[in-house]
Design a protein around this ligand. Sequence first.
Ligand code: NBP
Length: 494
Amino acid sequence: MDASTLSRIGLAGLAVMGQNLALNIAEKGFPISVYNRTTSKVDETLIRAQSEGPFSLTGQYSPRDFVLSIQRPRSIIILVKAGNPVDQTISALTEFMEPGDTIIDGGNEWYQNTERRIQQVSDKGILYLGMGVSGGEEGARHGPSLMPGGSFEAYKNIESVLKSVAAQVDDGPCVTYIGEGGSGNFVKMVHNGIEYGDMQLISEAYDVLKNVGGLSNSELAEIFGEWNRGELESFLIEITSDIFKVKDNLVDGDLVDKILDKTGMKGTGKWTVQQAAELSVAAPTIAASLDCRYLSGLKEERESAAEILKEAGLEEEVGSVKSGVDKKRLIDDVRKALYASKICSYAQGMNLLRAKSVEKGWDLDFGELARIWKGGCIIRAVFLDRIKKAYQRNPNLASLVVDPEFAREMVQRQAAWRRVVGLAISAGISTPGMCASLAYFDTYRRARLPANLVQAQRDLFGAHTYERTDRPGAFHTEWTKLARKSNAGAGAFS
Ligand code: NBP
């Protein structure tokens, strides 16, 4: 093939993400070759390129023709289903690739799979990147947030393409070299975990406003719209406002009320919580959001539990709580509770990233991560600029909760936060995300916890020893023997 007709880059896997990212790359002026196992998707992409373009996009129908249509050193993005399909695609393509070429897997891949593949293709001199891509279909087409990790040389080979196709924000394109190994996938995984937390917290705000505050869908649309012009301004708040405006086209009423209350998931939230446990990092808000998805899935069990507990005498408390509520103040309180809860959730996600970065030596730049999440991705928010600045002020920040600015904001909002959680508890409305965030805050900020008693119990039944507050060393006490000898406390309440 004539070198002048070769493409700058290739993309294999033309489902939702691949098709849109390919069109985005082509639109930015980078000639691209595309390929898909089922070749009808190649034709579909060509038709779209024609109607949305015209763009310099070439369809290829075999792995060999595809690889050979790209200029060297070749950069090939794979966007197929994570897991075995990626391995199969790699093996089909690498047969025709040469040393110095690069594979970039843009799927939601488990980071260790990426680390295994980095090793595997390095035997052939092929470079590898595992790149988190966030923003769904719309982001892929018009500007996603990109989290590439792996070979720095590979990153440099396609840096200009990535910077051009990524979402653009006031301080640059939403892409940065994340670090070595599977760091790009890991960061994307935690991003998704944080996304779970955000969505859960928003759904709790909705539940409280609707059921305690009595807000209608049109009022909710207005309130979320208003919140989107303040400290909570973000993609998720904006789309939530839009959701409340949509009428059902099958029956009377609003569509949101007709949606079955069962949440789907694809696994990255679960991986985030598993990793938090592996690394001994507390991530209760993210874990609560995952638990809620599991519980939401038990629709029939929940319906029958509601019946059984009603028969057992459980009374709905919402009515009595609702009657005494000042609606305006509730709305303001919920906004504050949501914001404070969100800070705690992000603190958990960032601390999980830090623990992994230390374990793997990735040297993650947290300010830069917050920056590339400011645009393109699902958690994009004005608030991320504040997080970026917090880490710029102090790259070794122990937790976002103790950044002076966030600390002040949390203290200012804590009374409202406690009121919302208290009201929800009294009304019997579960707010596990807000409660988890508040408990995280209250646990983290207390200089002394009841962990002394847990240590005493562990020492009593397992001789695990304990440390003392007043002198160094490990101590063990014969608690039971001493307690039996002592009559102290006996009859104290008699
Ligand atoms: P899917 O995850 O639905 O995968 C479909 C693609 O995988 C098709 O191109 C399909 O080819 C290909 N494929 C499969 Br399935 N098995 C294959 C095999 N054995 N060999 C070769 N190709 C195979 O696509 P998607 O929703 O576009 O997502 C792509 C990646 O991006 C995933 O990892 C996903 O988790 C991630 N992601 C998705 C989103 C989103 O909003 N959808 C957002 C962010 C990240 P075929 O046409 O021949 O069956």
